[in-house]
Design a protein around this ligand. Structure first.
Ligand code: NAD
Length: 341
């Protein structure tokens, strides 16, 4: 049913990338997947334990900014699709040290785009034409007031060094489409949650601290609003964009599931039967965006995508996963997951 294809996935040892690889290997058993990942603190090969036995999955330890390595991989594997998940992804870290965000998120994207441009013709000998998909974020649109939604037409107005770097990368993707006619798509998704998320991010942080009875830090008044989507729904959206997205188009992806941070924390505490007294309000994040909310009607209309996992179900599944995979969290806590590189 599905033609053979070769995918170059970058950042596939991170949270969303690893979920995506596992999803694709299961759905398209005849696809070949090359995972290029630098294994920063956020890269965890434990996430891909279930992928290593597949004959069509190859892991390459390397940096997307390494031009010669990237070109070598293109020469060797002649990918039909390039999916760029690799990024520095944590806003708090970008506030402390913006430099690495420029390097990986902007320069790395440009290296991948150049490789696509250079190897454009190669794909003619393959079954499918080369396509580049940039996995971006709703944070490039900035912050919303109490009303309204981000559409694909909303002007970019990034507020954090992280979102500024992601917005810049999106602009390069756009420019390579406009200037060189590269076959590209950009997806802009809201906050993801689910298995394999590094415990510096809100949901796994709250789950792991609550399990240990530690304080649960909540920024400011806790009323910042995010639109949460179960990671598998995001993976399915990327799959649809990959195969059916019109070239040059941006697709917003979101769950229509707006929650304040404090609500998220209370839902997790209720689920774990832990006391609200663990909640500790801390000084607000600098430049903290108040509200994000996605209008995902374009991807619904053009590609038939809709979220399928309701939040109550998704959060229960996620908590259950972290309870069952306590050794996954433990390996991060002790740092032993870093020994896999
Ligand atoms: P993550 O931090 O969990 O994973 C990032 C991965 O990229 C890690 O495996 C890391 O080792 C790798 N990496 C970092 N620098 C690299 C480099 N120079 N070369 C090669 N690999 C490198 O991030 P995530 O949450 O899985 O996010 C993946 C992508 O999705 C990012 O581009 C992010 O901006 C975007 N995104 C994330 C969310 C979210 O809620 N997590 C929402 C929308 C978009």
């Amino acid at each position: 049913k599905h033609p053979e294809a070769t995918l170059l996935v970058t950042g596939g040892a991170g949270f969303i990338g690893s979920n995506f690889i596992l999803y694709m290997l299961k759905k398209y058993p005849n696809y070949k997947i090359i995972n290029l990942d630098a294994l920063t603190y956020a890269g965890n090969l434990n996430n891909l334990e279930d992928a290593t036995n597949e004959g069509n999955y190859i892991f390459v330890h390397g940096d997307i900014c390494d031009r010669s390595l990237v070109n070598k991989l293109f020469d060797e594997h002649k990918p039909n699709y390039v999916l760029n998940f690799a990024a520095e992804s944590h806003v708090d870290r970008s506030i402390i040290n913006p430099r690495i965000f420029l390097k990986t998120n902007i320069e790395g994207t440009q290296v991948l785009l150049d490789a696509c441009k250079l190897h454009w013709g190669d794909s003619e000998s393959n079954v499918l034409p080369l396509k580049y998909v940039q996995v971006s974020t709703d944070e490039v649109y900035g912050s919303l007031g109490p009303d309204g939604f981000f559409t694909e037409e909303t002007p970019l107005a990034p507020n954090s060094p992280y979102s500024a770097s992601k917005a810049s990368a999106d602009m390069f993707v756009r420019a390579y489409y406009e200037t060189y006619g590269l076959n590209v798509n950009i997806t802009r998704c809201s906050n993801n949650y689910g298995p394999y998320q590094f415990p510096e991010k809100l949901i796994p942080l709250i789950i792991s601290n609550a399990l240990k009875g530690h304080d649960l830090p909540v920024y400011g008044d806790g009323l910042n609003v995010r639109d949460w989507l179960y990671v598998e729904d995001h993976c399915r959206a990327i799959d649809l964009v990959l195969h059916g997205g019109n070239s040059g188009e941006v697709y917003n992806v979101g769950g229509h599931n707006e929650r304040t941070n404090i609500d998220i924390v209370k839902i997790i505490l209720d689920e774990l039967e832990k006391p609200y007294s663990l909640i500790k309000y801390v000084e607000d994040r600098l430049g903290h965006d108040r509200r994000y909310a996605i209008d995902a009607s374009k991807i619904k209309k053009e590609l038939g995508w809709e979220p399928t996992v309701m939040f109550e179900e998704g959060i229960r599944k996620t908590i259950q996963w972290y309870l069952e995979k306590s050794e996954w969290l433990e390996a991060i806590k002790t740092g032993s997951y870093m020994n896999l590189r």
